[in-house]
Design a binder for this molecule. Structure first.
Ligand code: UDP
Ligand code: MG
Length: 132
């Protein structure tokens, strides 16, 4: 996902360009806005964390761009490509180093395992919205 503050700042096109240039193939993509309920469900694993309420408010606060991406080793490569959660710790050249404003408003989300990627792709897309 391209997160709300990055979409609002007009960075979606640049981020999509970087994703494609890094060798990821876009299999599905949509601009959408998550309700508080849907954002809460997406981040359910963080329910007990102190930042959960703020995270849900932020992620439901404006449009996001959701994508399903394909690449060999996609999950690990995408995590490396976006950089650390906190932009202060993100490597040079990463999406978060370039676009994140803070540890909370950090421009993009990336799945953390193949299993969660499958769950998160199904969260955003019907099978008919994913190209073969
Ligand atoms: N987050 C936050 N404060 C924290 C840790 C995380 O606001 O101390 C937010 C941030 O937007 C992050 C998201 O919660 O991207 C999910 O956290 P996670 O640890 O899964 O980081 P990610 O997988 O996105 O790098
Ligand atoms: Mg995570």
């Amino acid at each position: 996902m391209i997160k709300p503050e990055a979409v609002a700042a007009g960075h979606s096109g640049k981020i999509i360009d970087m994703i494609i240039a890094a060798g990821f193939k876009i299999k599905a993509m949509k601009l959408t806005k998550l309700s508080k309920e849907r954002a809460g469900e997406f981040y359910e694993v963080h329910k007990e964390r102190p930042f959960y309420g703020e995270l849900v408010a932020y992620m439901s606060g404006g449009p996001i761009v959701a994508m399903a991406l394909e690449k060999d080793n996609a999950v690990a490569d995408f995590r490396k490509f976006i950089g650390a959660t906190d932009p202060a710790e993100a490597a040079e050249g990463t999406i978060r180093k370039r676009f994140a404003k803070s540890k909370g408003e950090n421009a993009v989300h990336g799945s953390d395992s193949d299993e969660n990627a499958a769950i998160e792709i199904a969260f955003h897309f019907a099978d008919s919205e994913i190209v073969g």
